[in-house]
Write a protein that binds this ligand. Structure first.
Ligand code: ZN
Length: 315
């Protein structure tokens, strides 16, 4: 990901309902279960496209979603990286209650960065991506487990995007930001279901670090402020205001940009991004070998997961 400025688009307010809804109790999200799902992914090795670890993890993710009752579609395509390399991309999409018209899309990227370009050592080696890649997927697998035990009123699609993190390394200029998020760009042009609609989306990216803080991400605020408001208010209502802060970050390029602007799904991005002068940016681990299981905290996974669960169960 990188930081960039672009123009705003209008966000549509969600439709109001006047019917009385039955009381739904949101099930308890397990931070320990989500942690295990992160560790499972990291154990495959770096999930870099065109590697055995990547292929094996794709099978794992498909089977986990199917095991929790989802109808799974795997979108396969060859996409081109910034350096001309052909990448075998797999977007893995788990549909829960696919017959329902009223839908919510939850998404994260599952690939990991092929280099540690922000580290001081072993810059050409891939990173574990426990937080950047593993954490968002781990939380969504735990959500899938909850959906299996207790369905929601809305239909839910859990989308694991591939090839998000193959953007050009630090110092290599490409002219724009379209070398990032290749999987979500492909999906926005080739939806898994014709005329696919979701009333809103939530992206989870780097949601597991023990020092996490989630400020209101600038691109989400520019494109989909009502979705951000829904998620942040839910988090604060649940007592997670220590993680979910109201300061707005610079506009970043992440999968939500393409899903919202190209794909038409207004989305909030829950992403660790610090706004104070000394630590401004994604965090000390970002695109370094420090992004390993040592920084993953079940409490952070719980805060994010319980928030997302409450959003969809109370919908
Ligand atoms: Zn990254």
């Amino acid at each position: 990901m990188m930081v960039v400025l672009f123009s705003c688009t209008e966000d549509k307010p969600s439709s109001q309902t006047t019917q009385q809804k039955p009381v739904v109790v949101t099930p308890s999200f397990s931070g320990d279960s989500a942690y295990k799902f992160v560790a499972d992914q990291v154990a495959f090795g770096p999930r870099v496209p065109n590697t055995t670890a990547h292929a094996n993890c794709a099978v794992y993710l498909k089977e986990k979603l199917e095991g929790y009752g989802a109808d799974v579609i795997v979108q396969e395509a060859v996409v081109t990286a910034f350096d001309g390399k052909a990448l075998n991309m797999k977007n893995i999409i788990g549909q829960f209650s696919p017959e329902k018209k009223n839908r919510v899309m939850l998404y994260a990227h599952w690939d990991t960065r092929p280099f540690a370009d922000k580290d001081s050592t072993r810059q050409n080696e891939p990173i574990d991506g426990a937080n950047d890649g593993g954490s968002g997927v781990g939380v969504l697998l735990e959500i899938a487990r909850l959906l299996h035990s207790q369905p929601t009123n809305v239909g839910v699609d859990i989308v694991f995007f591939d090839t998000e993190d193959y953007g050009a390394p630090e110092g290599v200029e490409t002219g724009d930001y379209t070398d990032w998020c290749l999987g979500s760009q492909y999906w926005a042009k080739n939806k898994h279901v014709a005329n696919y609609r979701a009333k809103y989306g939530i992206l989870l990216d780097m949601v597991g670090s023990s020092d996490a803080v989630f400020n209101r991400e600038g691109t989400s605020m520019a494109t989909s402020p009502m979705v951000v408001d829904k998620v942040w208010r839910t988090a604060q209502k649940l007592g997670y205001g220590g993680y979910f802060k109201d300061t707005v970050t610079p506009q970043t390029v992440d999968d939500n940009y393409f899903v919202t602007v190209m794909g038409g799904i207004p989305s909030a991005n829950i992403v660790q991004y610090h706004v104070d002068v000394l630590t401004m940016g994604y965090g000390f681990f970002h695109h370094t070998h420090k992004d390993n299981m040592d920084i993953i905290d079940p409490n952070t996974l719980k805060a994010v997961g319980q928030t997302v669960a409450d959003c969809i169960y109370q919908d």
